[in-house]
Ligand binder design. Structure first.
Ligand code: NAD
Ligand code: MG
Length: 400
């Protein structure tokens, strides 16, 4: 295969986060292929300044205005030519720049939705880590990708694995391609074998200590409740045009198989590798070529054993809530996502017990008004209403 010779401009949205930093690590190994054009973060001006000093991007964006003023001073003091912008609209602006070919959408939560949509509308190569964008508005995002000839490549390790196990041209539909089922693997998180009675009292520190992956706090808590897998079921439905019942969640505690695709002839294809996000990032950056990622080759003898078990719905009620929301459709997944964001941040602030997270989400799904979520306005209004319902439920402590 001919190696690409042109240099691709990259915007890393959420560059100071776990995925952002891993992306820059992969890019640093290939200066002949990628140029960092824009870096963005929420309010960490010091972290973003350090990245500007290293990468000399054309643009640096902070969502927070005050932090952006401090970054502006730092950029001046270092004599950098980087243009500093602030606010949510600037994220959309840099996602659509002419000099940007690839947008890495690695902002956490609903805050990443508009910039992911902007990248799709601008017809970019969109490397999506921000699964919440698809959960909230899968139909809208997929339509924008198609309408504007954008290329959507999944960074989430499971979806990247599924993508690698599907036929290259699966546009005709997965049934046509002979796919029977998707086997979505999950580690089971830190509480897979804990006594259920003790879950009530787990602390944020225990919940974010994931056994296999080093990730941001929100997704780490999502992994502990398995809401992460719930969000990923919804993400897979949109990405691969499958129904929830075509997805089987499989607990695989070693996190070596990153997901599998089962075909009607009895074949099961799997993608394996060490649990390090630089593999799916490198895959998506270079696709359809392959580049080095910095990840150590899998030592299959050291792995020795692979275990699989069915998830326990009693231990992980969030998983079932996600399946229900996807079955319901319309605004339900956006409501699920918003309630989860409120619940997780309340838990991290010690305002909600771990077991309260599922209760807040269930309550919010039951009480939110339903819409088709056919427009961005409808999605954002469902998100807003769900946040209010969930916050009120947390404050009044009715989950007790
Ligand atoms: P993180 O918390 O480490 O980083 C989040 C990034 O988003 C930071 O750069 C932060 O500054 C930025 N950000 C946060 N709030 C913002 C706001 N309101 N406006 C603008 N920017 C904001 O998170 P992460 O672990 O890197 O995860 C990022 C996304 O990737 C999430 O959607 C997560 O589900 C997904 N993902 C992460 C991993 C992983 O291994 N970390 C794996 C698969 C998918
Ligand atoms: Mg994942």
């Amino acid at each position: 295969m001919a190696r690409s010779e042109h240099i691709s401009g990259v915007a890393v949205l959420g560059s100071t986060g776990s995925i952002g930093v891993s992306t820059l690590d992969v890019i640093s190994r290939h200066p002949d292929r990628y140029k960092v054009v824009a870096l963005t973060a929420n309010n960490d001006d010091e972290g973003l300044l350090a990245q500007c000093v290293e990468w000399h991007p054309e643009f640096a964006v902070l969502a927070d205005n005050k932090a952006a003023e401090r970054l502006q001073q730092g950029v001046r003091q270092h004599g950098l030519e980087t243009t500093v912008l602030s606010g949510a609209e600037a994220l959309e602006q840099v996602a659509a720049l002419d000099s940007v070919e690839t947008v890495v959408a690695a902002i956490v939560g609903a805050a990443g939705l508009r910039s992911a949509l902007a990248a799709a509308r601008a017809g970019k190569r969109l490397l999506l880590a921000n699964k919440e964008a698809l959960v909230m508005s899968g139909r809208i995002l997929m339509d924008e990708v198609e309408k504007h000839n954008a290329v959507l490549l999944p960074l989430d390790s499971e979806h990247n694995a599924i993508f690698q196990c599907l036929p290259v041209d699966s546009n005709l539909g997965l049934e046509q391609a002979g796919v029977d089922k998707i086997l979505l693997t999950a580690s089971g998180g830190p509480f897979r074998t804990a006594d259920i009675e003790t879950l009530e009292t787990v602390t944020p520190e225990q919940a974010v200590a994931h056994p296999n992956w080093d990730m941001g706090k929100k997704i780490s808590v999502d992994s502990a409740t398995m809401m992460n897998k719930g969000l990923e079921v919804i993400e897979a439905c949109w990405l691969f045009d499958v129904r929830p019942e075509q997805i089987q969640v499989v607990i695989h505690s070693q996190s070596v198989i990153h997901s599998m695709v089962s075909y009607i002839d009895g074949s099961v294809l799997a993608q394996l590798g060490n649990p390090d996000m630089r593999t799916p990032i490198a895959h998506a950056l270079a696709w359809p070529e392959r580049i080095e990622s910095g990840v150590q080759q899998l030592d299959i003898f050291a792995v020795a054993q692979l275990d699989f078990e069915a998830p326990d719905n009693q231990r992980f009620p969030c998983l079932e809530l996600a399946f229900q929301a996807m079955d319901q459709g319309g605004s339900a997944p956006a409501v699920l996502n918003a309630a989860n964001e409120v619940a997780v941040s309340s838990f991290l602030d010690h305002k909600l017990p771990f077991t309260g997270i599922a209760k807040v989400i269930r309550h919010t799904l039951q009480h939110a008004s339903f819409s088709e979520a056919a427009t961005l306005e409808q999605v954002l209004s469902a998100d807003q209403q769900a946040r209010e319902l969930a916050s009120e439920y947390v404050t009044t402590e009715r989950y007790r």
